[in-house]
Design a protein around this ligand. Structure first.
Ligand code: NAP
Length: 273
């Protein structure tokens, strides 16, 4: 069971706009430092975000932060060039390259990035366990949306799963996440605000990035449909009702980061009293 004070209720995703042209490097680093200052100490990234750029930015930003004060998650299985490979050898090379980009000797959580159930082979799981024994990772997990998460729970080899957590979850999806938690896995929620952000004229390069993603999702018919209609209500819903231990959110704005941290702290105080 993951038990670490740095595994904060609100996490910060270093992805998308933080992985390329949409945000300058120093702006990502400033937000990471602000997050740590606000008690948001769980960070999520991946090799495929900006061909490794997101990991490099996160590693650079965290150089000045004591390693045990933050909980860093990254992924493996989709490489910087977008190529899928869940073979044991490729996952090991991916982890080594991530550690190099992050300038770290270990990551706290290594998530397989959307494997098919058949790709979680016994050989791969033995390799993942060897990474833990060697101290390269502390915990193992799977990031996904459907049956691959059921398979991951059933193996008993993982301590966490990452999946969408928002008010548009179906009963099957909710039951899956509850089953994971009952089995002692931590659930990291993503897409907490999916479907809640308003369409408006882009005001920053970050907004342009979101606009492009939203347009792509609309064209593909994969845009999530959720009952709540603002990002704040999306986060509030997930904090109060979502079957998750941590919520990993993405933002390019200091004001939104502070607002999200305030909502998460309010909820922590309410559940403690
Ligand atoms: N989506 C995926 O497929 C996926 C897959 C694997 C992992 N992840 C992880 O999940 C993280 C979260 O990404 P996500 O795609 O799920 O996005 P999300 O956190 O659900 O939503 C991000 C959007 O919400 C806006 N926002 C955040 N706080 C706000 C506030 N207080 N008020 C108004 N707007 C607010 C952001 O805009 P501003 O920048 O303007 O604040 C941005 O447009 C990623 O960084 C990544 O680490 C995502």
């Amino acid at each position: 069971m993951i038990d670490d004070p740095a595994f904060s209720r609100l996490g910060f995703g270093v992805s998308g706009p933080h992985a390329g042209w949409a945000m300058p490097r120093h702006a990502t680093e400033d937000l990471v430092h602000r997050a740590v200052g606000l008690g948001v100490t769980l960070f999520d990234t991946a090799p495929s975000y900006g061909k490794g750029e997101a990991e490099r930015r996160l590693g650079r930003a965290l150089r000045t932060v004591p390693r045990d004060k933050v909980f860093v998650a990254t992924k493996a299985g989709i490489g910087p060039g977008g190529r899928r490979d869940f073979s044991a050898g490729a996952v090991e090379m991916s982890l080594r390259a991530s550690l190099d980009r992050l300038s770290m000797d270990h990551v706290d959580l290594l998530l397989l990035h959307g494997p098919a159930p058949a790709e979680m082979s016994d050989k791969l799981i033995r390799h993942l366990e060897a990474f833990r024994e060697r101290g390269m990772v502390r915990y193992l997990g799977v990031c996904g949306r459907g049956g691959e998460l059921d398979a991951a729970i059933d193996t008993g080899a993982f301590q966490a799963i990452m999946a969408p957590v928002n008010s548009g979850l179906s009963d099957i999806e909710t039951a899956r996440l509850e089953r994971a938690r009952a089995a002692g896995l931590r659930v990291l929620g993503i897409e907490v605000m999916a479907g809640t952000t308003r369409r408006r004229l882009p005001r920053s390069r970050g907004d342009l990035w979101y606009w492009a993603r939203q347009t792509r999702r609309s064209l593909l018919g994969t845009a999530p449909v959720v009952p709540v209609n603002t990002p704040q209500l999306g986060l509030k819903w997930a904090l109060e009702n979502g079957p998750a231990d941590a919520l990993v959110c993405l933002t390019t704005r200091h004001a939104n980061l502070a607002e999200n941290a305030r909502l998460a702290a309010l909820e922590a105080r309410a559940s403690a009293s």
